[in-house]
Design a binder for this molecule. Structure first.
Ligand SMILES: Nc1nc2c(ncn2[C@@H]2O[C@H](COP(=O)(O)OP(=O)(O)O)[C@@H](O)[C@H]2O)c(=O)[nH]1
Ligand SMILES: [Mg+2]
Length: 332
C-alpha cells in the first residue's frame, strides 16, 4: 500500500548516549515539594498564613489567588460561589474550616478526571498516539512512559512520527536506547502516517504490548494539523480499526489559559482521550489542571514534574491537591 522502504534502525550504542539530565535542586526533592513550589501552592499558603479574617475580603483574596494561578474564570467562580454560600449560612467556624472546605472542593473538581490509563490486554499492541504543540514535552513524556511500562513488564516499541524536526527522531532514539526499547524511524521529512503505519506493522510482527507514537504537533494551521493527524488515524485503522487506543495530549503546565484553546484545537483535529500536564515543577502555577478539568472533563492520566525518567506520576486528585493545599498548614 505504501511505497516506502522499511527502515527499523537500531538504537545507538549505550555508551554513545548523552547523559540523562543531572538531578537539579528540584530533582533532588520529592514530587510533593515540587508542587509546593508552584504559584498556586505558594499563593494559597501565603494567603492563609496572613491570618485572614472570615469575611468577604477573604473570598476576594482567594478569588485573586486562584485567577493568578491559572485556575480560570469559570472554575474560580464556581469555587468562590460555593464558599460564599457557606460563609452566608455560617457553615465555617473559623478560617481553617473554610480552608478545608476549599480543599475538599478542589479535590471534588479533579475527582472526575482522575482516571488512570489502563492498558487493555485485548489490544495487541495497545497504540498510544502522543499529540501536543511543539515543546509541550511529548518526546520526553514518551521516554518516561516507556520506562514506566517497561518496568511493569510490558514489551514496548516507539514510533518516530515527528519527522518534521531532524532532532526529534534522534531524541526519541536516545530515549529508546536508554530504556533498551526498539524505535521505528524513517528519514527526516518522511510521511508521519507512513512511519506510524510501518511501526504498527512491525509491532504486530514482534508481539509488542504497547506502541507509543510521537507526532510533530505543528500548529500553524488548524487544517494542516487535522490533515496530518487525520491521516495517521486512517492508516492505523487499516491495520487495527480500534487504533489508536489512547490519544494522549501533552500540555505544558506553564502555558496558562492558552492551554484551553490548544486542547480545543486538538479535540477538533483528532479527538483526545487523555491528558498529560508536563512541567508542573519549576515555574508552573499549577492551576491550569483545574481549568482544563472544569472545561473539558477529560481524564488527566499523568503529570510531569521534571526531565528525568522517573519524573512522571499517575494523576490522583487527592495527592495533587495535597501538594497545592496540604490538609495541615505548616507541614514540611
Ligand atoms: N522541567 C521540566 N521540563 C520538561 C518536562 N517535560 C519536558 N520538559 C522539557 O521541555 C522541553 C521540550 O520537551 P520535548 O519532549 O522535546 O517536547 P516536544 O516538542 O513536545 O516533543 C525539553 O527541554 C524537555 O526536557 C517536565 O515535566 N519538567
Ligand atoms: Mg518532540
Amino acid at each position: 500500500m505504501f511505497g516506502f522502504i522499511k527502515k527499523t534502525k537500531s538504537a545507538p550504542p549505550a555508551e554513545a548516549l548523552p547523559a540523562e539530565p543531572e538531578p537539579t535542586a528540584a530533582g533532588a526533592q520529592g514530587w510533593r515539594e515540587r508542587l509546593r513550589d508552584s504559584g498556586m501552592a505558594r499563593g494559597l499558603s501565603s494567603l492563609f498564613a496572613r491570618n485572614p479574617r472570615l469575611d468577604e475580603s477573604l473570598l476576594d483574596d482567594i478569588e485573586t489567588t486562584l485567577l493568578l494561578a491559572d485556575v480560570g474564570v469559570l472554575a474560580t467562580q464556581t469555587l468562590v460561589a460555593t464558599l460564599r454560600e457557606g460563609l452566608k449560612s455560617r457553615a465555617y467556624a473559623d478560617v481553617d474550616a473554610l480552608r478545608l472546605a476549599l480543599r475538599r472542593q478542589l479535590v471534588a473538581l479533579l475527582e472526575p478526571v482522575s482516571k488512570p490509563l489502563l492498558i487493555q490486554g485485548g489490544h495487541r499492541p495497545f497504540v498510544i498516539l502522543m499529540v501536543g504543540i511543539n515543546g509541550a514535552g511529548k518526546t520526553t513524556t514518551i521516554g518516561k512512559l516507556a520506562h514506566r511500562m517497561k518496568d511493569e513488564g510490558r514489551r514496548v516499541m516507539l514510533a518516530a512520527g515527528d519527522t518534521f524536526r531532524a532532532a526529534a527522531v534522534e531524541q526519541l532514539k536516545v530515549w529508546g536506547a536508554r530504556n533498551d526499547i526498539p524505535v521505528t524511524a524513517q528519514t527526516h521529512g518522511a510521511d508521519p502516517a507512513a512511519v506510524i503505519f510501518d511501526a504498527l506493522q512491525a509491532a504486530k510482527a514482534r508481539d509488542i504490548d504497547v506502541l507509543i507514537a510521537d507526532t510533530a504537533g505543528r500548529l500553524h494551521t488548524q487544517s494542516g494539523l487535522m490533515a496530518e493527524l487525520g491521516k495517521v488515524r486512517r492508516v492505523l485503522g487499516k491495520l487495527d480499526d480500534s487504533a489508536p487506543h489512547e490519544v494522549l495530549m501533552v500540555i505544558d503546565g506553564t502555558t496558562g489559559q492558552n492551554a484551553v484553546s490548544q486542547l480545543r484545537q486538538f479535540q477538533q483535529a483528532i479527538g483526545v482521550t487523555g491528558l498529560v500536564i508536563s512541567k508542573l515543577d519549576g515555574s508552573a502555577k499549577g492551576g491550569v489542571v483545574f481549568a482544563l478539568a472544569r472545561e473539558f472533563g477529560l481524564p488527566v492520566r499523568f503529570i510531569g514534574l521534571g526531565e528525568r525518567m522517573e519524573d512522571l506520576r499517575p494523576f490522583d486528585a487527592e495527592s495533587f491537591v495535597d501538594g497545592l493545599l496540604p490538609e495541615t498548614l505548616g507541614e514540611p
